[in-house]
Design a protein around this ligand. Structure first.
Ligand code: NAP
Length: 206
């Protein structure tokens, strides 16, 4: 499958690109600067270029900071029309990352869906550390809860989480992204409190 990463040059993009490449996917790393995208992609052994080019994929993933979320999506609205978009954004307040920060649209993923009505938005990957993703020797002890209003897209993205070496679990409609995004500041607090990198596990599902 061809997977395009918008903002793929960053921390999350690195591990996602390496892991999906290892699983046999055709990964394209996007950047605001096509030359930077190409250079970073070359280092990781995948293809790269602009964010617009990254949208030409079976599944597109958005990996930019929340401060750039709306502007990035608005600029790529046409390129993302008809696509499945995985939104991993956590709307952290920069100076208060250990406290829940509800954005005006209640969640970044709901805001994305409102901005892009012709795109199928799927929210996922809010609780997986980029450091763990980038360490291919490490199997992250973490489930990935996946929500979307589109059932086939939700199932597809849950399968793609399995290809990362994680366990993808379907977790309902896109509105549930409010809960998923809100849990990340809780985990960030616990990381500091207990001096570790936490993960999330759901019990009772074989
Ligand atoms: N880091 C984690 O552990 C983690 C875990 C779960 C979820 N997330 C979420 O994943 C997303 C990406 O996190 P990250 O840590 O990978 O971010 P990051 O490394 O800080 O940034 C990712 C990429 O975003 C692009 N970018 C930066 N500022 C931008 C701007 N003003 N406008 C447009 N593009 C901009 C940059 O790409 P170019 O300069 O090449 O365009 C950058 O390489 C965030 O929304 C975060 O909440 C992160």
């Amino acid at each position: 499958m061809r997977i395009g990463l918008i903002g793929g040059t960053g921390r999350e993009g690195t591990g996602l690109a390496l892991r999906w490449k290892r699983a046999g996917h055709d990964v394209f790393l996007g950047s605001r600067d096509a030359a930077r995208g190409q250079a970073r992609a070359k280092e990781l052994g995948v293809q790269g270029g602009s964010n617009e080019q990254a949208c030409d994929a079976d599944v597109v993933l958005l990996a930019v900071p929340y401060g750039a979320h709306a502007k990035t999506l608005t600029g790529l609205r046409d390129a993302l029309s008809g696509r499945v978009l995985i939104d991993i954004t956590v709307p952290l307040a920069p100076s208060k990352v250990q406290s829940v920060n509800l954005p005006s649209g209640q969640s970044a993923a709901l805001e994305a869906q409102a901005l892009l009505p012709e795109t199928t938005v799927v929210a996922a990957l809010h609780h997986v550390s980029s450091a763990h993703l980038a360490d291919l020797e490490h199997t992250p002890d973490c489930d990935v809860l996946v929500c979307s209003n589109d059932k086939p897209a939700r199932a597809l993205v849950a399968d793609l989480m399995n290809d990362l070496g994680l366990r993808g679990l379907e977790a309902g409609r896109l509105k549930n992204a409010i809960a998923l995004e809100s849990l990340t500041p809780v985990l960030i607090f616990m990381n500091k409190k207990y001096g570790t990198t936490t993960g999330l596990r759901v019990t009772g599902i074989e």
